[in-house]
Design a protein around this ligand. Structure first.
Ligand code: ADP
Length: 163
């Protein structure tokens, strides 16, 4: 009998995607057969990059990883999972700052959808202080982002220019 594929989703803003996100994706692929990166679009958030731009950047960054696909997340994560009959969610965890929020989110999601299981990939020490907000700060001030985002993402941002 063929073994069932183990698929997990990795939701996030990716505003913009960084080496930290890429590391979480690559390490998740050691556990799962396939990862679906979900680009969330929260109306209460002020993104620097549009939903389409964030989608495009993640797509570019993962173009050579065949077991990754990218999708937009139109509404609530739990609704997406229920519809697709999926239950595993990947999130990255950096120093203590992420913990409270992640604990709250995963607990809330379990109330809405008890089958959900959130798996945390502890950030690599190299990326523990790396965040999209830090990269956005650099972009706004014309700083060098090459050490923080993959070359495809840097290229995309250079071509787009600061708005
Ligand atoms: P969100 O707005 O949903 O938190 P982010 O794009 O900021 O979206 O983050 C998506 C996920 O990736 C979160 O679980 C976050 O903790 C994780 N993440 C972000 N940066 C890093 C990093 N440097 N190392 C590990 N995980 C990270």
């Amino acid at each position: 009998m063929r073994k069932k594929e183990k698929i997990a989703v990795y939701p996030g803003s990716f505003d913009p995607p960084t080496f930290g996100h890429l590391d979480v994706i690559n390490r998740s692929l050691e556990i799962f057969d396939k990862i679906i990166v979900l680009i969330s679009d929260n109306k209460n958030k002020n993104y620097m990059f549009s939903k389409d731009e964030r989608f495009e950047m993640v797509k570019e960054m993962t173009k050579d990883i065949e077991k990754v696909s990218v999708e937009n997340l139109p509404g609530l994560l739990v609704d997406y999972l229920k519809k697709k009959k999926m239950r595993i969610v990947i999130r990255g965890l950096r120093i203590t700052s992420d913990f409270d929020y992640e604990f709250q989110m995963s607990s809330l999601n379990r109330v809405l959808y008890p089958k959900i299981e959130t798996i945390y990939i502890i950030s690599d020490i190299k990326y523990i202080l790396l965040s999209s907000s830090l990269v956005r700060e650099l972009i706004s001030n014309n700083g060098d982002i090459s050490k923080f985002v993959p070359p495809e993402v840097e290229k995309f941002i250079k071509n787009r220019g600061v708005r």
